[in-house]
Write a protein that binds this ligand. Structure first.
Ligand code: ASP
Ligand code: MG
Length: 406
């Protein structure tokens, strides 16, 4: 008997009718002879609603209490699903994170899973139960309730699958799988049958929203077989798998676009040891996540640094940079949120040349100026003006023949 973990997101459990829909799918998998563990998110909009309430009292709210509050959305959905399955005549049992336990560190609102207890779940499965686990929640070493960060239920599902050594972890969502690009930007976007873990990680960090990044990391490290598919139809989804398992690696598998970043430049910095360290330590201390960083070759011992950060952190970043400006002898600090980061991702880049050239000439043909460039082994990102974002995505999708490969 295979152990299958099925995770359903907020939209999939958004109302009682949809929960019944989920229950039918879970029941079918159980009837097919599998041991089924279900991980669910809070009903759509619920976590936002709870966060807004807390913030209306005090912003930011006390973090420990925040986790007590925002973990409740998931407790509602596990119970409603269990009640639905019971009403359908199935044996079902729901558990909160602390009951499993899903052990985490002490980082409230952004906790990391350290261990998943398998004993009770395996016992229930052997007794014929469908086991339902609250996503997003955990418990710290002191017994406090923690949550894993927004979108964290994906990570809960993969952690549970790893802990149970499940045969498969299915992430059910409101799209059919992982696409070559956002189907809202071009109707030529195509669903990928398979994608490598590292490509998926790069896609997620570059702006693709289908999977929580940490879920992909966990799946990669614990060799969890992961599938992304729709909860609204029976279409085959996308298998996220080891790169070696992919026979022919696509040169480029996807194009992404992120319009939620901003760029900041510190101009006229002294080109000497410790300068970059001072700038980025100040940002790190403020928990600002820096993405791309470009430093110019210095002329006369003076250089510029430009980097990107989440748009929401722009004001804070500018303030911090203004503070280090004086001691570092910098000339000016300026920022802009009128940017988009477009990226092409593909494992085949490792062994093919000319990919960057093709990306840059495609943008040039559209008259789009490139403001920053960054590369990894399997990704090339360009920062451009925001208004060109969709045009760039469509042009790159065509240029790399993404509508055709299968
Ligand atoms: N309910 C949580 C959120 O909205 C976790 C999740 O849905 O994955 O972020
Ligand atoms: Mg989600």
């Amino acid at each position: 008997m295979a152990i299958i973990v099925q995770k359903f997101g907020g939209t999939s459990v958004g109302n009682l009718e949809r929960i019944a829909n989920v229950a039918r799918r879970v029941a079918r998998c159980h009837d097919e002879g599998n041991k089924v563990v279900v991980v669910v998110s809070a009903m759509a909009g619920e976590t936002d609603r709870l966060i807004d309430m807390a913030k209306s009292i005090k912003n930011p709210p006390n973090e420990r209490e925040m986790d007590v509050l925002i973990s409740t959305g998931e407790q509602v959905s596990i119970a409603l699903l269990a009640i639905t399955l019971d009403a359908m005549g199935y044996k079902a049992r729901s558990y909160c994170g602390w009951q499993i336990p899903i052990a985490t560190d002490r980082a409230f609102t952004a906790a990391r899973v350290t261990d998943v207890g398998a004993e009770q779940v395996l016992k229930d499965l052997n007794d014929g139960y469908i086991v339902i686990v609250a996503g997003f929640q955990g418990v710290d070493p002191d017994g406090n309730i923690t949550t894993l960060g927004r979108g964290g239920s994906d990570t809960s599902a993969v952690a549970v699958a790893a802990g149970l050594k499940a045969d498969l972890c299915e992430i059910y969502t409101d799209v059919d799988g992982v696409y070559t690009t956002d189907p809202n930007i071009t109707n030529k976007a195509r669903k990928l049958h398979r994608i490598g873990h590292e490509e998926m990680l790069e896609m997620a960090s570059a702006g693709a929203k289908v999977l929580h990044i940490r879920a992909v990391e966990l799946a990669m490290n614990h060799r969890v077989r992961l599938v992304v598919r729709s909860s609204f139809n029976d279409n085959e989804g996308t298998l996220v798998t080891e790169e070696n398992a992919l026979m022919e690696k696509e040169i480029v598998s996807g194009v992404t676009c992120n319009i939620k970043e901003a760029k900041v430049t510190i101009a006229g910095l002294k080109d000497q040891p410790g300068v970059a360290a001072q700038v980025f330590s100040a940002l790190a201390d403020a928990h600002i996540v820096v993405d791309m960083i470009v430093q110019n070759v210095s002329a006369d011992g003076i250089t510029d640094i430009t980097f990107t950060i989440p748009q929401a952190d722009l004001v804070k970043t500018l303030e911090l940079c203004e503070k280090v400006k004086e001691p570092l002898g910098a000339r000016a600090v300026f920022g802009s949120d009128d940017i988009a980061k477009v990226s092409i991702i593909g494992a085949g880049m490792r062994s093919h040349s000319g990919v960057a050239a093709r990306m840059f000439s495609t943008l040039a043909q559209e008259g789009i100026n490139i403001e920053m460039i960054a590369t990894s082994e399997i990704k090339i990102s360009c920062v451009i003006k925001k208004k060109y974002a969709e045009l760039a995505v469509r042009a790159l999708h065509d240029a790399f023949g993404l509508d055709k490969v299968g």
